[in-house]
Design a protein around this ligand. Structure first.
Ligand SMILES: [Zn+2]
Length: 294
């Protein structure tokens, strides 16, 4: 069977933006997320009943492709996890497949041996950049530095990672401190501008014309209006995934329902890696609906 997609080196970028409410997106200026959606899809994800609507378990599910019953992360302290058996995709790809991988961000348990972490245990390249305080302003500075580092690694370094995860945390921090008002909405627009810089770094790569890039943007959970999550309201349970790349038909509906476990499954598929059945992934790659032939 021939593929409509030209052959070329495969690359994947996953951008995780913490705590972005789906219902607010239509009213916000997020041209870069909109562009990803237009070139592929943006669809809701419901955090399932077995998963607390908290960052730790949701990001563990995104990164591993299995749910909490397997990865064992049920809170923002990751202790008791089984990430050695169910590793994140940057670690699995680096170790088992000799792929260059990269992970960057500022939330300790994702990247450091703190609070039971790290989730991203052993990517080929790791950039942890600490927020100097636990405030929205300090997190904006952190995300800014994370973005600059990722721009460098994705665009100009010799590392040339084949699979990357970049984490932005200021949006969630702003909601916790100030609720989902004007500051929160502005933080989402700022995160979108950072997404735009990462996408521009990809486009400026010297070998870009020959490369096949998959871009996935994902949030972990929502927030109640006053700021906060962990409960089961629709606002907290509703997350989303946007993606574009080979095999994803622009504008065609993605066959759902989508799950957070699908992200890692799609990362492997985008790199043309067939998961070993022993990985027992719970997710499956994104599938576009057939486009009607006119
Ligand atoms: Zn979160």
């Amino acid at each position: 069977m021939s593929s409509p997609w030209p052959a070329g080196p495969r690359r994947v970028l996953v951008v995780g933006i913490d705590g972005v409410r789906l219902d607010l997106l239509p009213a916000l200026h997020t041209p870069h997320l909109d562009a990803v959606a237009a070139a592929g899809f943006l669809a809701p994800v419901e955090v399932d009943d077995a998963t607390p609507t908290m960052s730790g378990p949701c990001w563990a599910t995104v990164a591993t492709g299995v749910g909490p019953a397997k990865h064992g992360v049920y809170g923002n302290h990751l202790g008791g996890h089984r990430l050695d058996v169910f590793p994140d995709f940057t670690t699995r790809l680096a170790k088992a497949h000799r792929r260059r991988t990269f992970a960057a961000g500022g939330w300790e348990p994702l990247f450091l041996a703190r609070d039971g972490g790290p989730l991203f245990a052993a990517p080929g390249r790791l950039a942890y950049i600490a927020p100097l305080e636990d405030t929205p302003e300090a997190w904006e500075v952190c995300d800014e530095r994370v973005t600059a580092e990722a721009e460098y690694v994705l665009g100009r370094s010799d590392d040339d990672p084949q699979a990357s995860f970049v984490y932005l945390g200021a949006v969630d921090e702003t909601a916790h401190f100030r609720g989902c008002g004007a500051d929160y909405r502005r933080a989402i627009e700022t995160a979108d501008a950072r997404l735009g810089r990462l996408l521009a770094a990809l486009e400026a790569r010297p070998g870009r014309a020959d490369e096949q890039w998959t871009v996935i943007v994902v949030t972990d959970h929502g927030h109640v209006d006053a700021g906060g999550h962990g409960g089961r309201t629709a606002l907290e349970r509703t997350a989303w995934i946007a993606a574009r790349g080979p095999g994803i038909t622009p504008g065609a509906p993605v066959l759902g329902p989508l799950h957070h476990t699908d992200v890692a499954a799609h990362v492997y598929a985008a790199l043309e890696i067939v998961p070993d059945p022993h990985w027992t992934l719970d997710g499956r790659p994104f599938t576009s609906a057939p486009v009607p032939v006119s």
